[in-house]
Design a protein around this ligand. Structure first.
Ligand code: PMP
Length: 357
């Protein structure tokens, strides 16, 4: 029986994505060839790349608005440096919101390129909330934020109104909720959460912000070069890109982002209601900033850890252990995780309370 997979990433994908991608390794599109042995310039793969890039813009409501979708490599971590390389003016500054480990890693890279202003940080409170009331310098080349903090279980519910271009790391909540995506000038996300297999990163960029930094950019790091080459400047991560297409085709059948958002909200409220009701547990993130993707919680009595771990493992749950910087537990409820899996976890929590309170 399949496990209830709460892994933070790589993570659960829709079952039909596992099945169709497995089939493509054996025989892709009835070609009697594997997807792993055909040219990325072949008609069949070019069609995959074109469809997935178009679907991304369609889902985000960004078609015909001057944006391009790219499937690049190097993970979201490479975007931490590709962003300042392309956008930070040689004598300018960049503004960053520090909401967790990944935001911090992005800041470290930007500092190698120029002045980096941290407009606000929740580090002192172990990143348990999203800071508010900060000012973005008007002369910043861009403002960078992380929409969902995978490790700390917090999520930005709104984004600042500013004339400065907004860059957002959406690695762990892309395609999970409706937003006005046109408020962002550049969005990036590693595939391995809501999109597909690890190995590719989605970058959605408004073309008009590029080519202004005054820097010489190595070709592989230059967004404009990737756009010109239609996301095939070099050999793309063919299999990972194909899994992204399959996931987006699946998402369409769920009613797109609006359809999946309802299910994601139902999953998150089922679990958070139990965390708040059950006297054995305590949530770590400030309620207003709780993530609907990653719920982080602790045992009130850490001595009962072994007993609780035994119970959820016996119930077929996998991947619930929290990140070492927060401890406790983290339930990642990405798009493909069914509501039934969350119900199994909630039932275990109730049973645990009955046995040990
Ligand atoms: N940003 C966020 C919000 C993440 O959750 C992660 C990975 N968990 C990263 C960046 C880093 O992604 P990658 O491993 O693809 O470089």
């Amino acid at each position: 029986m399949k496990k209830h997979n709460f892994s933070a990433g790589p993570c659960i994908l829709p079952q039909e994505v596992f099945e169709k991608s497995a089939q493509s390794v054996l025989n892709f599109n009835h070609s009697d060839l594997s997807i792993l042995e055909i040219s990325h310039r072949s008609k069949d793969f070019v069609a995959v790349m074109e469809e997935v890039r178009a679907l991304v813009l369609e889902f985000l409501g960004l078609e015909g608005k001057g944006y391009q979708a790219l499937f690049l490599q190097g993970g979201a971590s490479l975007e931490f440096l590709r962003v300042p390389y392309n956008l930070l003016n040689v004598d300018g500054k960049a503004a960053y919101l520090d909401t967790g480990t990944w935001a911090n890693n992005a800041i470290k890279e930007a500092k190698l390129f120029g002045e980096t202003v941290i407009v606000a940080s929740s580090k002192e409170e172990n990143y348990n909330h999203i800071p508010t009331n900060y000012t973005i310098p008007e002369d910043a080349s861009y403002f960078h934020c992380t929409s969902n903090n995978t490790i700390f279980g917090t999520q930005m519910k709104s984004f600042p109104k500013t004339a400065v271009p907004i860059v957002c790391d959406m690695s762990s909540d892309i395609f999970s909720r409706t937003l006005d995506f046109s408020q962002f000038d550049l969005i990036y996300a590693g595939a391995q959460k809501n999109m597909g297999a690890a190995g590719t990163t989605l970058v959605v960029v408004k073309e008009s912000i590029l080519g202004k930094s005054g820097r010489a950019i190595p070709s592989i790091l230059d967004y404009q070069k990737h756009i010109k080459a239609e996301s095939m400047y070099n050999t793309p991560a063919v299999f990972a890109v194909y899994t992204c297409l399959l996931t987006l085709q699946w998402l369409k059948k769920q009613g797109g982002i609006a359809g999946i958002e309802k299910i994601n909200e139902a999953k998150a409220s089922l679990l958070y209601n139990e965390i708040d009701r059950n006297t054995m547990f305590r949530g770590t993130a400030v309620k207003a900033d709780r993530s609907i993707m990653n719920a982080t919680f602790l045992l009130e009595n850490p001595e009962l850890q072994e007993s609780f771990d035994k119970m959820w493992k016996e119930a077929g749950i996998s991947g619930l252990t929290g990140h070492r910087s927060v401890g406790g537990y983290r339930a990642s409820m990405y798009n493909a995780l069914p509501l039934e899996s969350v119900q199994v976890l909630v039932d275990v929590m109730k049973e645990f309370e009955t046995l040990y309170s």
